[in-house]
Design a protein around this ligand. Structure first.
Ligand SMILES: C[S@@+](CC[C@H](N)C(=O)[O-])C[C@H]1O[C@@H](n2cnc3c(N)ncnc32)[C@H](O)[C@@H]1O
Length: 200
């Protein structure tokens, strides 16, 4: 089974430990502190769409994408009145073409870190860069491989995994240690990486 089909299956069986109720504080802090003003935003691997809905509430023009149609159906249902304001896309980033739009901002939470090989991570970083406008920003939240090894939990990446994949296409503005914003007592340690598209 491919990794993408595994994700589709996990939504069917309910094995989705990343599901959370409230928008992740790492996104809220970055958007409000930098600040990132409302623009066209893309959320690949949006899952149940909690952050896409928050971005739409802030006035961003949101395109939310996932390989799981079931996840998108659930996301639309919980978005309520905002569902019709969000552009929902079902696609596999490794196979399909991204929308032609030029986004000002990309946000992903636990999506980029799911790609296990450096080749896949480079491909995804290149595709994301190509869908950003000049000086566009990408905020990625990724499992952090430093510290106590865990047997279950998110994929864990090293700083060098990230730099190797993104550096040809993005200038890294900050790479900080944080934790996932969720309802858990001991949330997993993450990398919070803010990047700007390079002029190529
Ligand atoms: C760890 S989950 C995170 C979901 C959501 N961002 C969250 O934080 O709740 C990763 C998401 O990426 C999606 N995904 C994985 N591989 C994908 C691919 N190749 N193309 C599009 N979506 C993919 C999965 O279906 C899943 O919803």
């Amino acid at each position: 089974m491919t990794e993408e089909n595994r994700f589709i299956d996990r939504y069917r069986t309910g094995h989705t430990p990343w599901v959370h109720s409230n928008p992740d504080f790492n996104l809220l802090e970055t958007v409000t502190q930098r600040p990132i003003t409302p623009c066209k935003v893309f959320e690949p691997g949006c899952g149940l769409g909690v952050e896409s809905v928050w971005l739409a509430e802030q006035g961003f023009e949101v395109t939310a994408m996932d390989v799981s149609e079931l996840a998108l159906e659930k996301a639309k249902a919980s978005a309520g009145a905002l569902a019709s304001k969000i552009n929902w896309l079902s696609m596999d980033i490794t196979r399909d073409r991204l929308p032609k739009e030029a986004f000002g901002f990309i946000f992903d939470r636990g999506f980029f870190h799911t790609f296990d090989t450096s080749g896949e991570r480079s491909l995804v970083a290149e595709k994301l860069a190509s869908s950003l406008e000049e000086n566009g920003l990408w905020l990625s939240l990724m499992g952090n491989g430093d510290g106590v090894p865990v047997r279950t939990g998110p994929p864990l990446r090293s700083a060098s995994d990230i730099v190797l994949a993104v550096d040809p296409f993005f200038e890294i503005l900050s790479l900080e240690v944080s934790v996932f914003g969720n309802e858990e007592a001991n949330p997993h340690k993450i990398w919070r990486c803010l990047m700007k598209k390079r002029k190529l």
